[in-house]
Design a protein around this ligand. Structure first.
Ligand code: ARG
Length: 463
């Protein structure tokens, strides 16, 4: 394919160099944003008298036809084109002749690509946001069904204190809520600086209206420095960081689901439709989806690191290195979308094995803090109570007791203030139900958390 810039050269580009240079095989996904950007650009050029009204109308018509034809499948991308921008422009000129050659007035591919990625990412983030909300909803529903499921809460992966399963998984709803908000913050910042009209780097001698273009493309402002307009990819890095954090959250959740699904825990069972078997071991039911999400987290971190590294040595303004932004961010977008979308039904269909959780919570001296609190409520300083209970736990371990079945006479040998009511005070139900502090595992607090998440989802249109 003839290059638009061929005039200056006496030889055609080497075929391998041409392929190496080309980005159409990955930037064609921005066709819609490229066309919409060009339509608004043509409007501005026409309204400002930089091109005629007739040329403006021809360009807008031509571009709308191209958009329709791509969407209907009747126009295929020419993979010999250098990039999506060149493809659309040459297709336009093919269709409408000379008027098409006026579209690129007062613009460059440098500001064009900076615009297209922003518009494309804004649309992708809209979808990612919806997927996050769906997952939050699945978690919230699962929590609401399991407010009475007592399980061991862990620190250092050692049984620590009894909690409810609802309380535990709501943690992920709060993480994802922050992810949602982080993405909308980043999108708002990205959409406050329209780069279009920065041109190659220095602006233009035409009397353009960048504010008109910004407004018609959904921006709240323009990049006030044209060099910054074409060389800034901070928004890509910000979003990649946000995606990396989402993946880190999904990966932690995956790790727990994998552990909980093991024979050693058996706290949950994933639905058959979200698990796989082994080709050799007939008994196996593997949590492949969760493992893959955990595994793909590395990819998204890699995408962030790749782009940070690509950008770190670049002199201003545009450099071709920046073409590398797209594969990294598109890969991260695709990965995050796939992971979020598999996660919601996986959580929704997961069975919670309450009896196993309860049994596990009854082992491991999980109520030792509550036993110490029992003594504190009888007037003992916490440190003294802590020491007594430590000794009692040590005695139990040595002699095969748990706190629930150690006889009262034995308790009294450690401290005379122990009375019969201690057994009720250290029952798992009491340990959970008596947690009254805000944010705690107690039923009032968990209800408040579920209501809060429900309200957030309602505000975002999820009922
Ligand atoms: N395909 C290029 C990219 O993605 C478009 C911008 C090209 N600009 C240039 N001056 N060669 O970065």
């Amino acid at each position: 394919m003839d290059k638009m810039w061929a005039g200056r050269f006496s030889k055609a580009l080497n075929k391998e160099a041409d392929d190496f240079n080309s980005s159409i095989h990955f930037d064609n996904r921005m066709y819609k944003q490229d066309i919409i950007g060009s339509i608004v650009h043509a409007k501005m050029l026409g309204d400002k008298g930089i091109i005629s009204h007739d040329e403006k109308a021809q360009i807008i018509n031509g571009l709308s036809g191209i958009l329709e034809d791509i969407e209907s499948g009747s126009l295929a991308f020419n993979m010999d084109a250098e990039d999506i921008h060149m493809f659309i422009e040459s297709e336009l000129t093919k269709r409408i002749g000379d008027a098409g050659k006026r579209l690129h007035t007062a613009r460059s591919r440098n500001d064009q690509v900076a615009l297209d990625i922003r518009l494309h990412l804004a649309a992708q983030c809209e979808e990612i946001g919806k997927l996050i909300l769906n997952l939050i909803e699945a978690i919230k529903d699962k929590a609401a069904q399991n407010t009475d499921a007592i399980m061991p809460g862990y620190t250092h992966l050692q049984r620590a204190q009894p909690i409810t399963f609802a309380h535990h998984i709501l943690t992920y709803a709060f993480m994802l809520k922050r992810d949602f908000e982080r993405i909308s913050d980043a999108v708002n910042r990205m959409m406050s600086q329209s780069p279009i009209g920065s041109c190659a780097l220095a602006g233009t001698t035409y009397d353009t209206d960048r504010y008109f273009e910004a407004e018609h493309l959904g921006f709240s402002g323009i990049s006030l420095n044209s060099i910054d307009g074409v060389s800034d990819r901070d928004f890509c890095l910000e979003l990649l960081s946000d995606y990396a954090i989402i993946m880190m959250h999904l990966s932690r959740f995956s790790e727990e689901i994998i552990l909980w699904s093991s024979w050693e825990f058996k706290f949950v069972e994933l639905d058959d439709s979200y698990t796989t078997g082994s080709s050799i071991m007939p008994q196996k039911k593997n949590s492949d989806m969760a493992e893959l999400v955990r595994g793909k987290t590395g990819r998204v971190y890699g995408d962030l690191m790749a782009l940070l590294t690509t950008l770190k040595g670049l002199p201003l303004a545009y450099n071709k290195d920046m073409q590398e932004d797209k594969e990294a961010i598109f890969d991260a977008v695709d990965t995050v979308k796939k992971c979020l979308s598999i996660f919601a039904p996986m959580v929704a269909t997961m069975s919670v094995l309450k009896d196993n959780m309860y049994k596990a919570a009854g082992e491991g001296f999980i109520n030792a803090t509550d036993l110490a609190d029992y003594l504190v409520k009888k007037g003992m300083p916490f440190r003294t109570a802590y020491k007594h209970v430590g000794e009692i736990v040590g005695y139990c371990i040595k002699n095969g007791y748990v706190l629930e079945n150690l006889p009262l006479e034995k308790y009294k040998e450690f401290d005379s203030s122990f009375t019969e009511d201690l057994y009720n005070e250290i029952s798992l139900e009491t340990c959970v139900n008596k947690r009254i502090s805000a944010g705690s595992t107690g039923p009032e607090s968990v209800k408040t958390q579920i209501d809060y998440i429900t309200e957030f989802l309602n505000e975002k249109g999820i009922h």
